[in-house]
Design a protein around this ligand. Structure first.
Ligand code: 1YM
Length: 666
């Protein structure tokens, strides 16, 4: 039997039970089960991507995915997700309950198998189709493997079955009946293992909320009730239930970002082909920003892929054809390009396939070639019809895309002028750039620093061989309100563009990048946060590949210096959080007498060059955050709200993020 332990992906529940009802060596079986999870604990990164905050939150998604599958199969109407005190997660559904049938003599329950054998967490085929199944196809057993403890309770309409696992899926007792019930469903409680998630086991409410809301939009009708019950004095609950599915997703994005839509109705298109389905929802607004988000089997494909390509191709084609047919595009006018037709668009593309293939370094791109014609044909056939049905909206759209084309042509002229002035030429590097000597991008780093004073400190503190410093000065352009033609003449952004050497937008060329790492080094205060958001937004919109390619970093200067002075000797420690500060105060106090002095750094300029080097710039000792596309997306959203025209979303954002923006003068 031991050789027969195959991935359970292909088995259905009956088959699984049959397997375990067979006569066999169940004692041995159990040992195998325990060994089965060892690889996960040895290399957690291979199963959940990282053991940082992302991996931590991923555990929740894995369990929720199983409940969502049950909802999609038509058996479950409500999913509860709670963060309990101590950062314990509880997920509860009212589905059929994971099968618990056990072997009549010894007894290993099917549910135990799901939670203790690698790869046993996904759907087991057999009716319905496999939609969830997180990033690397990991499942419930992976969560168990990475938990300090996990409790599984299954109600089958008659009995309550319970089992507790500890230290990564080990158990002393089999699943047992602990009571009777007339309800059905599955309940899972777990605590992430702090010896695995060494950075943190504290969940971020907003990260979970965003993801759960996204799942509720993508699976229309599923009701998710999400609560943060960690602090009894301060609990929060959110009911996520959207009958309109991705249509409501588009409306939600507009509301959050404070965009004024061009029409009052979201355009919704859907289609089915073989065993694949595609849905698209879209709407234009008064901004210049494109927000196209694509999903495959409920997984966000941050780098797009075949489904997104299909959508974009069809959209450009339909808008051009509609424009010609109804006289909005003149005979001698150039064709509208993708950027023109997508200016100010918000769109969600969601496909469901039986077998998704994710490609690229971060597995963020859908590879399946069949998804392109699926979406392309559907959008091509149905969007034309939708526009013809609503000529008022179509007219507004055509005016908008025509304006976008004009602006693009104006930008091209501005760019050519700028080129002539050779401001874009890397031969004329910005005057304030303190370049490094090395040219090898495997080594070189550019620090973008706000203000001359901090720039001066960084210049003295750096290793001039491979670290370049670019101080920013002047008034920052509000990129939100500006079209790209203004970016080309902005005195604050142009030096960044010139120093990087890559150019921007359509002309962007990563092979010209002059530094391997581009580090935003700003103060740990409100202004610093503002500048960081702004720089990230700029990179996100005009040099996105720098982010997807992993070139953008955020420096982490310390917030406090905790020093003990005894006579002439000083011992100093640098703290990056209040907790760390308090820990060092305790540590240094415990070491005996001397006066302890705590200094709060308000800005980089308060540090001397050696301190800045040691704490923030020295590759041996510094902590740097690499920016991923999700960080950038969040910055982009924050930026849109902070800088947009709408007062209401801005007020809401500021109230929600009061700690960050309390001094911000906007
Ligand atoms: C809180 C997490 O896991 N719910 C859940 C999981 C399953 C079922 C129902 C289920 C599936 C099937 C049949 C089937 C799973 N069962 C299995 C396996 N919520 C949560 N709800 N009966 C019940 O797919 O045929 C894996 S997941 F394999 F045991 F059937």
């Amino acid at each position: 039997m031991s050789d027969e332990i195959r991935t359970t992906e292909e088995m259905n529940s009956e088959e699984l039970n049959a397997n375990f009802n067979a006569e066999g060596e169940y004692g041995e079986e159990q040992i195998q089960v325990l060994e089965g999870l060892e690889p996960v604990r040895k290399r957690p990164g291979m199963y959940i991507g990282s053991t940082g905050p992302r991996g931590l939150h991923h555990l929740v998604y894995e369990i929720v995915d199983n409940a969502i599958d049950e909802a999609l199969a038509g058996y479950c109407t409500e999913i509860k997700v709670n963060i309990l005190p101590g950062d314990v997660i509880e997920v509860d559904d009212n589905g059929r309950g994971i099968p618990t049938q056990i072997h009549h003599k010894e007894g290993i329950s099917a549910a135990t198998v799901v939670y203790t054998i690698l790869h046993a967490g996904g759907k087991f085929g057999g009716g319905g189709y496999k939609v969830a199944g997180g990033l690397h196809g990991v499942g419930a057993s992976v969560v168990n493997a990475l938990s300090q403890w996990l409790e599984l309770t299954v109600c089958d309409g008659r009995e309550i079955h319970f089992q507790r696992f500890e230290n990564g899926g080990h158990y002393d007792e089999e699943m047992k009946v602990i009571g009777t019930t007339d309800r059905t469903g599955t309940n899972v409680k777990f605590k992430a293992d702090p010896t695995i998630f060494t950075e943190t086991t504290v969940y971020d409410y907003d990260i979970l909320l965003t993801r759960l809301r996204e799942q509720a939009f993508l699976n229309a009708g599923v009701r998710i009730v999400f609560s943060d019950l960690r602090d009894p004095e301060n609990t929060r609950t959110e009911i996520l239930h959207y009958k309109g599915g991705i249509r409501e997703f588009v409306e939600h994005i507009h509301k959050v970002k404070g965009y004024e839509p061009l029409s009052d109705k979201v355009i919704y298109l859907s289609g089915v082909k073989d065993d694949m389905t595609a849905e698209v929802a879209l709407m234009w607004n008064d901004s210049y920003n494109e927000d196209v988000r694509s999903f495959a089997n409920n997984i966000h494909t941050t780098d797009g892929g075949s489904h997104e390509t299909g959508f974009k191709n069809a959209l450009t084609k339909v808008i051009n054809e509609y424009g010609k047919k109804f006289g909005y595009i003149k005979e001698n006018q150039d064709k509208l390009i993708g950027d023109d037709v997508r200016e100010g668009i918000t769109a969600i593309i969601s496909v469901k396939l039986t077998n998704c293939e994710f490609e690229g370094q971060t597995k963020g791109r859908l590879g399946n070639p069949e998804a392109r014609p699926l979406v392309e044909d559907m959008v091509y056939q149905k969007l034309m019809y939708a526009l013809e049905e609503d000529p008022t909206t179509a007219q507004l759209v055509m005016e908008k895309v025509n304006n976008a084309q004009k602006a693009r042509e104006a930008a091209k002229k501005a760019r050519e002028t700028a080129r002539r002035k050779s401001a874009m030429d890397s031969a004329s590097l910005p005057g304030k750039l303190h370049d490094c000597y090395d040219k090898d991008t495997a080594l070189t780093e550019l620090y973008i620093v706000e203000g001359d004073s901090a720039g001066g400190t960084a210049k003295l503190g750096r290793n001039a061989r491979y670290q370049a410093i670019l101080p920013l000065w002047g008034k920052m352009l509000n990129v939100e309100k500006a079209r790209i033609d203004k970016v080309y003449s902005n005195e604050k952004l142009m030096p960044v563009v010139a120093a990087l050497g890559t150019s921007i937008g359509e002309d962007f060329d990563i092979s010209k990048l002059r530094y391997g790492k581009v580090v935003i080094m700003s103060d740990a205060d409100v202004d610093g946060y503002h500048i960081r958001t702004l720089m990230l937004t700029f990179f996100f919109r005009y040099m996105r590949e720098l982010i997807t390619n992993g070139n953008i970093y955020i420096a982490q200067p310390p917030l406090f210096k905790v020093a003990k002075r005894k006579g002439k000797k000083e011992k100093a420690k640098y703290a990056f959080s209040e907790e760390e500060r308090d820990m060092y105060i305790q540590e240094l106090s415990a070491e005996g007498d001397g006066t302890i002095n705590v200094q709060r750094y308000k800005g980089l300029g308060e540090m001397d060059p050696e301190q800045l080097w040691e704490t923030t710039m020295n590759p041996e000792t510094r902590i740097m955050l690499r920016v991923n596309i999700e960080d950038a997306e969040r910055a982009d959203e924050a930026f849109t709200i902070l800088m947009g025209d709408k007062v209401e979303p801005r007020k809401e954002f500021i109230e929600k993020n009061a700690v960050f923006v309390k001094d911000l003068d906007i």
